[in-house]
Write a protein that binds this ligand. Sequence first.
Ligand SMILES: Cc1cc2nc3c(=O)[nH]c(=O)nc-3n(C[C@H](O)[C@H](O)[C@H](O)COP(=O)(O)OP(=O)(O)OC[C@H]3O[C@@H](n4cnc5c(N)ncnc54)[C@H](O)[C@@H]3O)c2cc1C
Ligand code: FES
Ligand code: FES
Length: 484
Amino acid sequence: MIQFLLNRELRTEHALDPNLTVLNYLREHVGKPGTKEGCASGDCGACTVVVGELDGERVRYRTLNSCLTFVSSLHGKQLISVEDLKHQGQLHSVQQAMVDCHGSQCGFCTPGFVMSLFALQKNRAASGSDGFDKAATMEALAGNLCRCTGYRPIIDAAEQACCQQQPDQFDAAEADTVAQLKAIAPRETAELNSGDKRCLLPLTVADLADLYAANPEARLLAGGTDLALEVTQFHRELPVMIYVGHIEAMKRVEVTDSSIEIGAATALSDCYAALAAEYPDFGELLHRFASLQIRNQGTLGGNIGNASPIGDAPPLLIALGAQIVLRKGNDTRSLALEDYFLDYKVTARQEAEFIEKIVVPRAQANQAFRAYKLSKRLDDDISAVCAAFNLIIEDGVVRSARIAFGGMAAIPKRAAACEAALQGSAWYPGVIERACAALAEDFTPLSDFRASKEYRLLTAQNLLRKFFLELQAPEVETRVTAYV
Ligand SMILES: Cc1cc2nc3c(=O)[nH]c(=O)nc-3n(C[C@H](O)[C@H](O)[C@H](O)COP(=O)(O)OP(=O)(O)OC[C@H]3O[C@@H](n4cnc5c(N)ncnc54)[C@H](O)[C@@H]3O)c2cc1C
Ligand code: FES
Ligand code: FES
């Protein structure tokens, strides 16, 4: 049984198929068809809803793609869809702004934009920031596509909505909503099932370990931004899932003197502050990771767990020398992330073992860390090539080199020959050319619809040259905004 608030209404669901998405739940089970399906793959934002969660005595509102969110993950939360915004016959201020600024034509994308604007407005107010902020607006809207109106009127609507906001029905009811959310806060392992399909929702790491040991065939569900595609795109059924999103101990970020420890179930949005503070390029990469909806939902553990050769975080984490802590039953072990990936989608993870946390070393003196993502679009796109360079250079000599790439092999992988060419050498253009040549020994990339093998190798080499030039002239800002 799961419980959640559908806006202010308490819903108790005893028997729902855990493969049911929030989008289909809204449209087909509760008769709220305002939320639209555009792609069912997280790319268009038409299905955007807002989920409210307790944050002390406040409610924190975040956008999600309802097409990729299984209904089980609503347990203990508040679901707000576009139907909930109009109040006492009046459009919500974000809806009125869309009307005033002519932000809608066919209207298919509009509910998603409205929900992204609603969350933007709420989060700007919660952070004490008044008025319009272009960067925050672009970030909020990057996961919403519009093919007929164009973005200028929608950005105008964002400006109006942020500049002219008044307290709304959600503000008036916040104390009540907090009380309702506290009353339904999960207190023990819950289960949602229908027939023989089950989703288990443990609250502690120990319970997760026990449940996984008892159900080793289960699929771990974190944000579901990858897993849900098996259901929505490949029409498979997932008979048993274990949801890790209620385990607070796996959602913590702790910064110690030597490391940043990130629980595997931490949403990518929540990893941002600590990683960006220590490694600004990690922050830049997270900004360009999918869309805000996906980052609010997807986790760092899921990005490693899906073992994609083009996952964005693994090359950076490998270059930084990150370790993962794996747990099976009562046993835990630490593993260098580079040793986790064995072959295409094959990892060192044993049956019933899961990633508990990721441990990222803090920055050191004389360390130069840069990361680059090449993709066809700036936002909401997966890498063709992702490169991470982590060098310690002292007195003009490379004391240590850790370099890793995504998109260049079947797994995210270190560039061993390239590193060897740099290690112990003076830092000058000649050694860079030798290291570039060595990259051809390290990798034999494939051609696919993202990029050809020739493009991949050439750009990998050019990124090393770019890294060198940037370190030579740090005032020249050439980072990140690179396209295929
Ligand atoms: C539109 C779109 C854009 C995307 N853009 C990017 C992008 O720019 N860069 C990028 O790297 N990825 C991208 N992705 C892929 C995906 O969003 C990320 O990989 C994300 O981090 C997955 O996290 P999740 O929590 O949603 O994982 P889930 O889908 O919940 O899980 C993914 C896999 O990891 C396993 N898993 C989850 N948690 C654990 C754990 N603790 N231990 C062991 N296994 C675990 C699951 O069982 C599953 O096999 C995109 C996806 C979509 C749909
Ligand atoms: S329907 Fe396109 S992102 Fe969900
Ligand atoms: S109004 Fe038609 S896609 Fe945006």
